[in-house]
Design a protein around this ligand. Sequence first.
Ligand code: PEP
Ligand code: MN
Length: 384
Amino acid sequence: MTTASGLIAAHQPAWSEPDTLREVLHRLSGSPPLVDARDCADLVDELAAVARGEKVVLQAGDCAELFTDSAPDRVRAKAGQLHELGGRLRRTGRAPVVVGRLAGQYAKPRSYQVETGADGVEIPVYLGDAVNDLTATGEARRPDPRRLLAAYDHAARGLRTLAAGPATYTSHEALLLDYERALLRPDQVRGGVFASSAHSVWIGERTRDPGGAHVEFAAGITNPVGVKIGPDAAVADVVALVTRLLGNGTPGRLSLVVRMGVDRVGERLPPVVRALGEDAHRVVWLSDPMHGNTIRSARGLKTRVLGWMADEVERFCAVLRQHGAHPGGLHLEVTPDEVVECVDTDEDLGTGPDPHRYTSACDPRLNPDQAAALVDRFADVLAG
Ligand code: PEP
Ligand code: MN
């Protein structure tokens, strides 16, 4: 898709019913903001403290939230887990900043456009509840623009539950630019416009082209933004992204979410940190040890090995410290449910994840014990 500014927006759904899409976007444009500009500004300040090494981030949640996850008991369980994990970071002497992949993580970029359905027929892949339905039929997988209205309503419902608990910021990947643009609102606190869909949004590995429409969108908002950085990111691209997105150099405005994989982070991250010079101390460095370590198990299910993820986190911390920068926190895929989607060790790869305890709509998540173990390993490194 090409935008009004002539830039390419990658990974946009081929929506059916363009008239309905227009009507939906019109309604979203007239809807109240989902979050307050004041809270977004507060998050920039908290993240600035992270960049200074005074606070630490726990950003986590589902790979893909389902609309049914906006039910109050589900949101309370998820927020409870996030704060429990955040609390584990207190012994580092730094206060946790808790950010959920929550109340809006409803759209996914995918590596393949089609998959084989139950009856052996090719169907479009699941693109997140904001776009199509997880049910494996061609009809369910048709991108339906009405789902954008449902995404707004479910995010609002989740935020209402979160508001009654301890402070939890929300975040999601800013993938669907039509939706995100319809929710831009004037920022009465700092001027300009902010994305009112979440306190913070990030740009994924697949859409972070420095000259693309997603980066242009992120550059135009006042929210704190993240960018995923994979192992094949060109150093010059990362420098261009930081120049474009750090704005006037405000610490806390930009997080680099490093997801290079256990085997490559030690080699690929150092040249990136060095090339950024002083800006390496203005950005927030987060480790996403999930997305560079995804493999297929013998049975064909996607999985990740906890031990590899813990090692990636440790290597990430070592590289940053060697360069005088602060490891700022973790970006994880977790669930409060007792699933077995990730495995603990290499040896467990033989048995693989448990198909009967595998409920993720997309990538494999850490169960509560696995998530706690990973966060503890990070806390050990920080405290040590
Ligand atoms: C994700 O966070 O679910 C994701 C798709 O990550 P990445 O953009 O890093 O591949
Ligand atoms: Mn994922």
